[in-house]
Design a protein around this ligand. Structure first.
Ligand code: ADP
Ligand code: ASP
Ligand code: MG
Length: 496
């Protein structure tokens, strides 16, 4: 069997869902299981509805709810026609009235807990998957809607739940294997799951990719296909740099590193279940069926370029912690790490001296209580609106001059570097710059390290097309290093 996951833009409208049905029909013989995201922007709208309701603005929240309701009904109607659309309506209505009641309740109590937020966000995938399943059926595909909350079991870390693989495997096999045997096509919502007690959870924003991989690993899929709105994993985000080109083949390690450091095309934890079961993952464009996309496997052939890709992760804060005068230097670092541990804080890049430490983390996940605690032992400053730029490639290890070339390029771009990390991971060089410098830095780096893609641009600029080129050959032995994406998830999978 294979798992096919379609993201928000791939199911954003009746027309898009029509295309998805054709893609799935073309894979019918391979026994597909389909995982879908909420229709594009719906999860963001649910977040806003929740915030408005919790702030007491019930009217604004319900206005947004009505627009979302209309969108789902009109999509269902144009896909299913008047008659079948009408018979589908009660199914949608049941969920929509639950959602409306929840929003009204929220406006009364004015508090949205993480548990409530998971419940709220689950409606996006519930609605889209119901519509897609019916759209398939009416187009002659033997589809059946399956409730993900009855298959994917997680812990109770609401908003970023971690899968419990053995329970998930057991439940998924029981629910889904008999359907596949009958050649039915299960259609499930991604992103949503439930605890063993049945309380709804979510796998973190962008988590439908992760759902696909979890289900794929649970059912020993032959391949996992992630269908999205670009031609695969690319040498950088094409929105930042239009010269970005598709990476034909990439290793699990490299792809996991890229996902962790900001390549939104894959949720950072997606590859862990696939690595665990050695299942190849493909990233494909649902709007261009001719493109072969990206193949992600344990080992990928060397590329001509030094790096596979460049990513940028924005919304990062740098926290500088300097031991206060009079505080014993001995034990200072231990106290800082203990504080980080107490607040379950995961940091990205760290720089340390005897009396000071700087670290970066996602600004949205920076606990105020952590800063208050650190202020008791140190002088603390915090710089927001920073970004981590990361260059990934398995061939960079032990190659003289690569780091110099990266930093010279950044100097040419007149961008100031705040922190550097090289060597902590053998396959990346990362550094911190101001968020506003990201487009400039990434474009310069891309032109330098992917000269073929940039050739036309260079010709236009200086007429010669000649550029300094750093050559990289030779490869690392494949390491069994688990992706840095989520240590907790690695542990969980390893327990299986
Ligand atoms: P989906 O809704 O299908 O899950 P996402 O919006 O989550 O799609 O991810 C696809 C987007 O990821 C692309 O539109 C692209 O802008 C962005 N992206 C960031 N980095 C990369 C990269 N290296 N390769 C491809 N896409 C990338
Ligand atoms: N709908 C969810 C989100 O927008 C999950 C996903 O699309 O992968 O975060
Ligand atoms: Mg996504």
């Amino acid at each position: 069997m294979i798992v096919m996951k379609f993201g928000g833009t791939s199911v954003e409208s009746a027309e898009a869902i029509e295309r998805v049905a054709q893609i799935v029909a073309s894979r019918r013989e391979k026994l597909p299981l389909v995982v879908v995201s909420a229709m594009a922007k719906v999860t963001d709208q649910l977040v806003t509805m929740g915030q408005l309701a919790a702030s007491g603005d019930s009217d604004a929240s319900l206005q947004l709810f009505q627009a979302m309701r209309e969108r789902h009904f009109s999509t269902a109607k144009s896909l299913l026609g008047e008659k079948r659309g009408a018979s589908m309506a009660p199914k949608l209505e049941t969920h929509l009235s639950e959602l409306e009641n929840f929003l009204r309740g929220l406006a009364a109590v004015r508090e949205l807990t993480p548990r409530g937020s998971d419940y709220l966000l689950s409606f996006g995938e519930l609605l889209s998957s119901l519509i897609v399943a019916d759209a398939f059926t009416i187009r002659g595909l033997n589809a059946v809607w399956v409730d993900s909350r009855a298959c994917v079991v997680t812990d109770a870390k609401h908003t970023r739940a971690i899968p419990r693989m053995s329970e998930t495997r057991e439940k998924s096999k029981k629910k889904i294997a008999p359907l596949l045997l009958k050649k039915r096509i299960p259609v499930m919502g991604g992103f949503i799951a439930a605890t063993a007690e049945g309380v709804p959870t979510t796998l973190g924003r962008g988590g439908s990719d992760y759902s696909a991989a979890i289900i794929g690993a649970a059912l020993d899929a032959d391949r996992i296909e992630i269908w999205t709105d670009v031609e695969g994993m690319m040498t950088t985000d094409p929105r930042l740099c239009p010269e970005a080109k598709t990476i034909k083949q990439i290793s699990f390690n490299e792809a996991a590193e890229l996902a962790y450091f900001g390549a939104k095309v894959l949720h950072p934890a997606t590859l862990l279940p696939a690595i665990h079961k050695n299942i190849p993952v493909y990233v494909l464009n649902s709007k261009n069926l001719k493109s072969t996309g990206t193949e992600i496997t344990a080992q990928a052939p060397r590329s001509r370029d030094v790096f596979r890709a460049i990513t940028a992760k924005t919304g990062v804060s740098i926290i500088n912690v300097v031991a206060s005068r009079g505080i014993m230097v001995h034990g200072f670092l231990r106290s800082v790490f203990e504080a980080l541990d107490r607040h379950s804080t995961s940091v990205d890049i760290v720089a340390i001296s005897e009396v000071s430490m700087s670290f970066t983390m996602d600004s949205k996940r920076l606990p105020k209580a952590l800063l208050a605690e650190l202020e008791e032992i140190a002088d603390v400053t915090c710089d927001d609106k920073q970004a981590i730029v990361c260059l990934v490639g398995e061939d960079i290890h032990g190659k003289p001059g690569i780091a110099a070339s990266v930093f010279n390029t950044i100097a040419d771009a007149e961008v100031n570097i705040r922190m550097i990390s090289q060597g902590a991971s053998e396959i990346n060089i990362s550094f911190v710059i101001q968020e506003s410098d990201v487009p400039k830095a990434v474009r310069h780096l891309h032109a330098q390290f992917f000269p073929a893609a940039a050739k036309s641009l260079v010709h236009k600029k200086n007429g010669s097309g000649k550029r300094a080129r750093v050559n990289g050959r030779g490869s690392l032995p494949q390491r069994a290093r688990a992706a840095s994406a989520s240590a907790a998830t690695v542990v969980e999978l390893a327990q299986d």
